[in-house]
Write a protein that binds this ligand. Structure first.
Ligand SMILES: NC(=O)c1ccc[n+]([C@@H]2O[C@H](COP(=O)([O-])OP(=O)(O)OC[C@H]3O[C@@H](n4cnc5c(N)ncnc54)[C@H](OP(=O)(O)O)[C@@H]3O)[C@@H](O)[C@H]2O)c1
Length: 255
């Protein structure tokens, strides 16, 4: 299958670790020009070392100015963005009663507004080129709520509504908008969260969660990245306005 990604300009936000990094590396391996952003200089430097020629920018996706500045820097260096991958960290966990207005604002800025702001910045160029791919990284929590993830379960549905609506407004310009919904995916952060710093506790917690996953294990970040790359490719030219789970079958409904 020809993916046609050689030379494409790809911006993966929150691309220094986990699923974002796996996607950025997969695009880099396909010969794309890759840009990433994140907050930590050290993880950006590590990611840059894995992808020679990659543009790695410091930006906090919850801050409007920083998203706009990062997008302007990418457009300045790569001239255009053909593929935008809207990724970010996840909003904090917590039951409804524990959450303040500040938590909700933070989650909306991180999960929804970051995607809207980055998309707004790159869309004019995609329209002018009559080619573009916008891919949001979400969660299987949009297919069935994940217990305790009130913010994530709520705000990610807004991303789906926005993405579906946008897909109808940009289809005539040959711009495709889709959302990838990972299930449990092994990343450094997840291991830390599950094990509270103890690798043995992390493996025990993983075994317990994996018992509920039909495929019986967590995903590797690369398995999620494979779908992101496919959706960005020429091979996915008739797929838009949809959201696809990469969840090992954990979603119980007809996702
Ligand atoms: N892993 C899973 O099991 C799983 C399952 C379902 C959904 N998801 C979702 O998939 C997305 C990626 O998850 P992941 O597991 O790959 O996360 P991860 O391994 O923790 O990586 C998160 C990335 O986002 C960056 N980031 C976080 N907050 C940021 C901010 N405010 N501004 C800029 N960059 C920021 C991090 O870099 P810095 O910290 O340096 O900024 C890092 O590069 C998240 O939305 C997550 O909720 C993950």
């Amino acid at each position: 299958m020809k993916l046609g990604l050689q030379g494409k300009a790809v911006f993966v936000t929150a691309g220094s670790q986990g699923i974002g990094l796996a996607a950025a590396r997969a695009f880099h391996a396909e010969g794309a020009q890759v840009a990433i952003c994140a907050r930590s200089e050290s993880s950006l430097a590590e990611a840059e070392a894995l992808m020679p020629g990659c543009l790695a920018l410091r930006a906090d996706l919850t801050v409007a100015d920083e998203v706009e500045r990062a997008c302007a820097a990418v457009l300045d260096r790569l001239v255009r963005v053909d593929v935008l991958v809207n990724n970010a960290g996840g909003p904090r966990a917590g039951a409804f009663d524990e959450l303040t207005d500040g938590d909700w604002d933070q989650a909306v800025n991180l999960t929804l507004m970051s995607a809207i702001r980055a998309t707004r910045a790159v869309l004019p160029g995609m329209r002018a080129n009559r080619w573009g791919r916008i891919i949001n990284i979400s969660s299987y929590g949009t297919k069935q709520p994940v217990p305790g993830l009130t913010l994530s379960n709520s705000v990610r549905m807004a991303v789906l509504g926005w993405a579906k609506t946008l897909s109808t407004q940009v289809a005539a310009d040959n711009i495709l908008v889709n959302t990838v919904c990972p299930g449990w995916t092994r990343t450094a952060r997840l291991e830390k969260v599950l094990g509270h710093g103890d690798p043995e506790q992390a493996s025990a917690a993983e075994r317990e969660v994996a018992a509920d996953i039909p495929l019986g294990r967590f995903a590797e970040a690369e398995e999620v990245a494979n779908l992101v790359v496919f959706l960005a490719s020429e091979a996915a030219s008739y797929i838009t306005g949809t959201s696809i789970a990469v969840d090992g079958g954990i979603t119980k409904g007809y996702a």
